[in-house]
Ligand binder design. Structure first.
Ligand code: NAP
Length: 329
């Protein structure tokens, strides 16, 4: 298996390398790809130095799989060119997610939809992945009517430049700004750009991607996405109204039985999910499960996950593993 990581010098690319190594992904050759700025730079994988190459050089090498995390415009331009030489692209940007001809995949939920003809596969947005992971098993049983979600998103969700902004602010250094305001000691209700409807693009991803992954356009979703000064791990307060009534003990059982979910919910021991502890782990952590007393059939939950892991790199690698295990590549 010849695999390329496009965006290997970035935050997500770096975690992809870790995840491939940890999972002992079946690799014959690994191509590390970034912008022209980084060509020739050395990155260590399994104790061996690998030189970063350019995208055209990687296409010439015709990899079986290309894991993309290099932004939307790079993906729009280059993913089809990889696909033309027979490479299957799994893309982390928002470029293809809402394209009706492309699958938007969280392996635990809908990998079974994939076929050999899917040459560009979209990885959902980080905040969407953790939300649908926690909601998919409940949707099957109780059918979701409406979701009200507020996110508390870490700076690593924005990329290298934002992590540097926060580190500079903490140490009192001047530097480039990834956000329009300081993030240290702040909360910025502005993730990604604003759209004409007053919502941000990040908020609309939570609406549109959730409907696509759960394959149900009737689910109503309203979102507020907020950037907070945490280094890694997104948190979400989710209020979900179902068509059918539920039993909290059964909700716990359903979530417990779902691969990739860990319940942390014991009030006596102050056990609940937090980004500091989810950081570096692959699971989606769920807690603060409680009935919303203000209206029928409604549940409150608190969901935390590492945005660079299950929100990006781990999900991408899981898709690649599914393709290999099912001879789709
Ligand atoms: N951070 C997250 O939690 C997260 C979660 C889900 C999805 N994503 C998505 O994943 C992508 C990368 O995010 P990130 O956080 O890793 O960003 P990042 O740290 O800023 O890294 C960006 C990567 O893209 C490469 N790149 C930029 N322009 C390129 C070009 N023209 N040609 C080839 N490579 C190019 C960069 O290479 P150089 O080093 O050479 O510039 C770098 O390797 C984005 O689309 C983002 O939306 C991020």
């Amino acid at each position: 298996m010849k695999v390329a990581i496009v965006g290997a010098t970035g935050l997500v690319g770096n975690v992809m390398l870790k995840v491939l190594e940890e999972r002992n992904f079946p690799l014959d050759e690994l191509l590390l790809v970034a912008s022209e700025r980084s060509v020739g730079k050395k990155i260590t994988f399994k104790g061996k130095d690998i030189s970063v190459i350019s995208i055209p050089t990687a296409i010439e090498a015709k990899p079986d799989i290309a894991l993309f995390s290099a932004g939307g415009s790079t993906s729009l331009e280059w993913a089809p060119k990889f696909a033309e030489v027979g490479t299957t692209v799994i893309d982390n940007s928002s470029a293809w997610r809402m394209d009706d001809t492309k699958k938007l995949v969280v392996p635990e939920i809908n990998a079974k939809e994939l076929t050999k003809t899917d040459k560009i596969i979209a990885n959902p947005n980080c905040s969407t992945i953790q939300m649908v992971m926690a909601l998919a098993p409940l949707h099957k049983n109780y059918k979701i009517k409406r979701i009200v979600v507020s996110t508390y998103q870490s700076v690593s969700g924005t990329g290298v430049k934002a992590v540097e902004q926060m580190e500079n602010e903490i140490s009192g250094k001047k530097g480039d700004m990834a956000y329009p305001y300081p993030i240290h000691k702040n909360a910025i209700p502005h993730c990604d750009v604003f759209e004409d409807n007053g919502y941000t693009k990040e908020e609309m991803k939570l609406v549109n991607e959730t409907q696509k992954i759960l394959n149900d356009r009737t689910i109503a979703v309203t979102a507020t996405a907020v950037r907070i000064p945490t280094a890694g791990g997104h948190s979400e307060s989710i209020n979900v109204e179902f068509q059918n009534d539920f039993d909290i003990a059964e909700v716990r059982q359903l979530l417990n039985a779902t691969d990739g979910i860990t319940i942390q919910d014991n009030l006596e021991t102050n056990s609940y999910p937090m980004p500091m502890y989810a950081n570096g782990k692959d699971d989606v952590f769920v807690g603060r499960l409680r009935r919303d007393g203000s209206q029928p059939n409604t549940l409150n939950m608190w969901v935390v996950s590492d945005n660079l892991r299950k929100g990006a790199a781990t999900n991408t690698v899981q898709i690649a593993e599914f393709l290999i295990d099912n001879a789709l590549v």
